[in-house]
Design a protein around this ligand. Structure first.
Ligand code: NAD
Ligand code: MG
Length: 364
């Protein structure tokens, strides 16, 4: 692959449109991303795991500008209001003006926090996403959802705030642990499963290359997932309709993550199992075929994702957690199901008995 010509796509949102660059050597290619800066002030937000590995590559490109860095500790617990306040204090200290830019260098935790801090400073300044996990490259860096957690729950506070650019340098994946990498693949497979059957078929033929982290396969997978997501976001930026489809597997997945106290399963792992449960429920409701379920299961297994509910979890408990996940009407749930690969739909009024039976069959 040519280091100097990344794969490029555009997220089309009128005056707020932005480029996404995917490829190798992009963090150090400041000439490219500096074009997206409007002013002289830059705050780079990262964490204590990522900064020692990659902060230099970015800050070497900030010569001549007034810049500072702000590091948070590693982990979901640090996607907090307290750290937004600290980030804003760092912007104040820098003397950041309205044309300042925040750079988010890290996974989804850093991206969500940095984006929300940028949305708050002077009612909204620019930010650039430099995602360093596969999950953040294929999911959280694009689409403009930003926010932080409260003690009362995850992602309860936030804003829609689109980045000025997304710089996905796949060289950073070299240090990403395998389990985190595979969790990112779950969100890739999800995009194909929802609305892009040709991409799903491509994933089936490239599953081994992806599991082996082949550069060309990784770039193409990221680009195809983001092209799909960018289309959805362009049509439904604030999730009035279609964007909800991106939650395929998430109601089951969140229940599994919660039942595992957020320590047993990574989000992507919960989504993998959750998508398969959604496929089985769809099959039970005669919306889709067993062959589609089998294709999904095989692809998830080939890339090394879990497909079974972890031992010790209880169907009634999972159903109770799913009830809390969304505003459902009594006795029924609103879920993302599918009519087969690439044909996800929002289905209201799904009977709890069918959901329970699906969970019980998976646990038995
Ligand atoms: P994360 O940011 O916690 O990163 C996972 C782990 O990998 C962390 O320990 C991190 O320090 C480490 N890491 C990051 N880059 C690395 C690298 N290159 N080498 C080695 N280690 C590295 O988790 P994530 O999975 O990237 O993101 C999850 C977060 O994203 C959650 O907070 C979730 O709510 C959010 N999210 C947001 C959206 C959105 O649309 N805004 C979408 C999906 C998820
Ligand atoms: Mg997700």
């Amino acid at each position: 692959m040519n280091q100097n010509s990344p794969t490029t796509l555009d997220v089309t949102l009128g005056a707020r449109s932005y480029p996404v660059w995917i490829g190798r050597g992009l963090l150090a290619d400041a000439a490219r991303w500096r074009e997206r800066l409007r002013g002289r002030h830059v705050l780079v937000i990262s964490n204590t795991t990522v900064a020692p590995l990659y902060l230099d590559r970015v800050t070497r490109g900030l010569e001549g500008l007034k810049w500072a860095s702000f590091l948070i500790e590693d982990g979901e617990a640090h996607k907090s209001f307290a750290n937004v306040e600290r980030a804003l204090a760092a912007l104040a200290e820098l003397g950041a003006t309205r044309d300042a830019c925040v750079i988010a260098l890290g996974g989804g935790v850093v991206g969500d926090l940095a984006g929300f801090s940028a949305a708050c400073w002077m009612r909204g300044i620019d930010f650039i996403q430099m995602p360093t996990t596969l999950l953040s490259m294929v999911d959280s860096s694009v689409g403009g959802k930003t926010g932080v957690n409260l003690p009362a729950g995850k992602n309860l506070v936030g804003a829609f705030h689109q980045p000025r650019a997304v710089v996905a340098d796949i060289d950073t994946l070299a240090t990403l642990p395998d389990r985190e990498y595979r969790a990112g693949l779950a969100e890739v497979i999800k995009g194909a499963a929802i609305g892009d059957e040709p991409f799903f078929a491509w994933l089936e033929t490239h599953a081994d290359a992806l599991a082996a982290r082949d550069d060309n396969a990784v770039v193409e997978a990221i680009a195809r997932k983001l092209r799909y997501k960018a289309g959805v976001v362009a049509r439904d930026e604030t999730e009035q309709g279609e964007r909800a489809l991106l939650n395929l597997g998430h109601t089951f997945g969140h229940a599994l993550e919660t039942a595992g106290n957020y320590t047993m399963l990574l989000h992507g792992e919960g989504v993998a199992i959750g998508m398969l449960l959604a496929a089985r429920l769809s099959e039970r409701l005669e919306m889709s075929s067993a062959a589609d379920t089998a294709r999904l299961q095989r692809l998830l297994e080939t890339v090394g994702l879990p497909v079974a509910i972890p031992p010790g979890m209880d169907a009634q408990q999972l159903l109770a957690l799913m009830r809390l996940d969304k505003k459902n009407t009594a006795g029924t749930l609103r879920l993302i199901l599918w009519r087969g690969i690439g044909k996800a739909e929002i289905v209201a009024g799904v009977g709890e008995d069918d959901v329970l039976a699906t969970l019980q069959a998976a646990i038995a």
